[in-house]
Design a protein around this ligand. Structure first.
Ligand SMILES: [Fe+2]
Length: 246
């Protein structure tokens, strides 16, 4: 038993090359989704991310027809506004924007006619309802892949419909969907069950990417504490793809 604790106390070392300097999932543009409400909040969060070693940010407001009907125009306007404030305050960080697309019937019907905001050419960040698996999920993911998109599934560990049997993750993983876990999931911030699912994915090396998914400063601060843990080192030692997305 004592050996067990000793083993867990050992701090894992991280190769400099494995450190993450790109964060590509967050809600930092003010007032257009459930993330930062004001420019001041946006700046506070960005400074906190910067203090954690993040040098490049791709922020991803929700595009969700029912709740946040954002468009590339709305997103780009807010991005430019934020960039001008960062420049005024002489905060040196690279920031751009894409989106987190909510897969609903509206999206399925309309996506072919939309200019989708992608990350690094053709990566598309998507999410679904947390409780119920959409009946069209496999089909839309397949169609998007056929259309040439590389799908990043945001926080697979947070979908209730996958948590009753972790083998359900394999089906999506095996079709080439990229899994992006939220850093906060490993801390138990959302729920013990979500933490268990995140640790399952970590143990089975089924994580391609991690994201902060920050909405508020309390998230960003909680992530700072997590970055000092062995689980975070274990995650980095998987050799995540984050830095390739810039
Ligand atoms: Fe998000």
């Amino acid at each position: 038993m004592f050996d067990f604790f000793k083993k867990n106390k050992k701090t894992l070392t991280i190769d400099e090359n494995l450190k993450i300097f790109v964060d590509f999932h967050s809600h930092l543009l003010p007032g257009i989704d459930d993330g930062c409400a004001t420019l001041d909040e946006s700046v506070e969060n960005i400074l906190e991310l910067q203090s954690q070693g993040i040098k490049k940010i791709i922020t991803t407001p929700h595009i969700f027809s029912e709740a946040y009907p954002n468009t590339p125009e709305i997103i780009n306007e807010k991005l430019e506004l934020l960039k001008s404030v960062l420049a005024e305050k002489k905060i040196e960080i690279e920031i751009t924007a894409a989106a987190e697309y909510y897969l609903d019937e509206w999206f399925c019907k309309n996506y072919k006619n939309l200019k989708l905001l992608t990350i690094k050419e053709n990566h598309l960040l998507v999410e679904t309802n947390y409780m119920e698996k959409p009946y069209f999920m496999e089909q839309i993911l397949f169609d998007l892949q056929l259309d040439g998109y590389k799908i990043i599934l945001a926080h697979p560990e947070r979908y209730n419909y996958l948590l009753n049997d972790f083998r359900q993750f394999d089906k999506f993983f095996d079709t080439g969907i990229l899994f992006q876990c939220n850093l906060l999931s490993f801390t138990g911030y959302y729920s013990p069950q979500i933490k268990k699912a995140a640790l399952h994915l970590l143990k089975n090396k089924m994580i391609h990417l991690v994201g902060s998914d920050i909405h508020k400063l309390r998230h960003t601060k909680a992530i700072s504490a997590f970055k000092k843990t062995n689980e975070y080192s274990e995650l980095l030692n998987l050799g995540l793809m984050n830095n390739e997305l810039w």
